[in-house]
Ligand binder design. Sequence first.
Ligand code: ATP
Length: 353
Amino acid sequence: MAPLAIRRATKSFGGFEVLHGIDIDIEDGEFVVLVGPSGCGKSTLLRLIAGLEDITTGEILIDDKEVSRLHPKDRDIAMVFQSYALYPHMSVAENMGFSLRMRDVKPPERDRKVQAAAEILGLTPLLDRYPRQLSGGQRQRVAMGRAIVRDPKVFLFDEPLSNLDAKLRVQMRAEIRVLHKKLKTTIVYVTHDQIEAMTMADKIVVLRDGHVEQIGSPLELYDTPANAFVGGFIGSPAMNMLNGRIGEGGRSFVTDNGAELPLAAPPRIEPGRATIMGLRPEDIEIDEAGFPAQVQLIEPTGADIHVNLEVSGDVLTAVFHERLGLSEGQSVRLSIPVDKVHFFDPDSGDRIV
Ligand code: ATP
C-alpha cells in the first residue's frame, strides 16, 4: 500500500497546456476523489498517474519512488474504466484472471486469487457466465474484480458508475465504499458528480481549468469553500450567490438590486466593501421579523421542499425540511443566520470570511 504524490505536474497536448502545476499528496489507504466540470482535466490527471499519458513536466511518486517514466504495467496500479472493457468472449473467471495469465501467474494461484476476489465482490455464482449474461452492476463488479486480483498499490477509477441507472449508481457507490474498507487500498476516483464525491471521498480534490481549486474532506469543502467556484460546485441545490456590498455598520448586506438583508452580527468585513454573499439553501429561514420575499416556485422532493424565493430581483433557492404549506405567489419573510453566510471577493472569487 502506497502513498501517492503528484508534484508540479503539467500536461500539454500539442503545445496547449491542460494541467498547470498540480500538487496532490495522497495518504496510504486514502479514498481520494478528483471532481470538477467537464474538461477540467480530471481524466487526464488520472491517465498521467496510470501512465496512459506521458507527463509533460513534474513527477509522480509512489512510495517515494518516481514512476512518471515507467510503463503502466510497471507502476503497480490497476484502473477501472467507465466502459468496463470486459472481453466478451471470456467468462467472468477468465476476465478476472486475464492480467494474471499475462503475468505468467500459474493456474492454481490464479484460481485462488480469482476466487478470493469473486468472494469479496459476491461474484462466485457468476464465474462461468459471459459478460453479455450479466447486468450492468454485475459487469461493473467484474471490472473491479479484474483490478482486485492484481492486488495493486493504487486503484484508479474513471467515472465507473456513469453507465448505470440512478438507483444502481447509489447502490454501487456504497459497494465501492465497503470494498475500500475491506481492502484498505489507496483509491483515486474521478467523477463529475459532486454527490458521488461527497459521499465516497475521504478527501476531495476540486479541479477547474487544469488547476486545483481546493483539497479537503467533504465537509471542509462544504463548510468552508476556499472560493465561490468550490462553494457553487459542492452542494445540491447549489449555494446561492448574491452580488452586493456590506451595509452601514456591517448590520446588513445590500444587494446590487437594492434589497437590504439584515445581518444579526457584523461580519469581519469593512462596510461598503463589494462582496459576493454565498448562502446555502438549507440556511435560509422563514422568520416573521425578517426581510420580505415572494415564493416563486415550489418543488417538493418528498423528504424536503425546494422553494425559489424572489428578493428584489434576485432569486434564492431554499430547502425546507418541514411542509410549510407555502403557495406560489405568497409573500413571506426570511432571515439568514450570519454564522452560516459565506463572503467571497467579487474579483478573485476567493473567500473573505
Ligand atoms: P470530462 O468530465 O468531460 O471527461 P475531464 O475533466 O476528464 O472532462 P479531460 O478529458 O482530462 O477532462 O480533458 C482536459 C482537457 O484536455 C480538455 O480541454 C480536453 O479537450 C483536452 N484533451 C484531453 N485529451 C486530449 C488529447 N488526447 N489531445 C488533445 N487534447 C486533449
